[in-house]
Design a protein around this ligand. Structure first.
Ligand code: OMP
Length: 227
């Protein structure tokens, strides 16, 4: 029987109990009809937020390719914004020697035309190494948009960390390579996820209805990536 790391189980249990991980029928941004949905906006109590933020901080600090290798933590609007602020605080508190001079930034969905103006809020990105932190990767479109915005602002994306890798193929893919695999290949950067679809399947067995597990397996057979 396959097992998963305890911090992943804690996150999945918190997500299930708090309603952040739901099973049923959901339309995704890509238009796909999914039997599950992960909503990062549901981690809104202390009991849910703390393990969520801690799991991000542990994922970052346990990767030598990412820990201490960036100047700015970037959270794309909207769900990446509170994540970047909270994870940045956790990192600066746990490792002040590494993160005191690191900044954090987020974008606006619509440019502000008064006051300081612009689409970016926080640390300037010009010439900086940027780590993107966000909720989910499905087809990878949202992360591509974030990379474009950061690049346009003069920053260089050096990695991406998300809560969930849905391990899906690209919508127009000729093969079964994953959205994350494509992004890694295209940008040559590390991309980490706290949990992926396989972890969800393993972690949810016995905790959700068997019929939901079957639907997850069917979805994986249709849209699941092979890498
Ligand atoms: P892609 O741009 O297709 O990678 O989709 C990622 C975005 O879809 C996330 O940033 C969310 O806005 C949304 N999403 C979720 O939040 N949770 C899911 O389980 C699935 C999606 C989705 O629409 O694919």
């Amino acid at each position: 029987m396959s097992t998963i790391a305890s911090y992943k189980t804690s996150l999945l249990d918190a997500a299930l109990s708090g309603g952040a991980l739901r099973f049923g029928s959901f339309t995704l941004k890509s238009g796909r009809q999914s039997p599950y949905f992960f909503n990062a906006g549901s981690f809104f109590t202390g009991a849910l937020h703390v393990p969520f933020v801690d799991a991000f901080a542990s994922t970052i600090t346990s990767s030598s390719a990412i820990h201490g290798q960036f100047d700015v933590l970037f959270g794309p609007a909207y769900k990446g914004i509170p994540l970047a602020a909270a994870v940045f605080y956790a990192l600066a508190k746990q490792h002040p020697e590494v993160y005191t001079e690191v900044g954090y930034t987020f974008d606006r969905k619509e440019a502000k035309d008064h006051g300081e103006g612009g689409v970016m809020v926080g640390a300037p990105l010009q010439g900086k190494r940027v780590l993107v932190i966000d909720d989910v990767v499905s087809s990878g479109t949202a992360k591509r948009e974030a990379i474009e915005k950061i690049t346009a602002a003069g920053g260089k994306v050096v990695g991406i960390v998300v809560a969930v890798d849905r391990q899906e193929t690209l919508p127009d893919a000729a093969d079964r390579s994953s959205a994350i695999g494509q992004l890694k290949k295209e940008y040559g950067i590390p991309i980490l996820a706290i949990v992926n679809l396989e972890d969800i399947l393993t972690g949810m067995k016995g905790k959700i209805a068997d019929a939901d597990i079957v639907r997850l397996e069917e979805y994986r057979a249709t849209y699941g990536a092979s890498d």
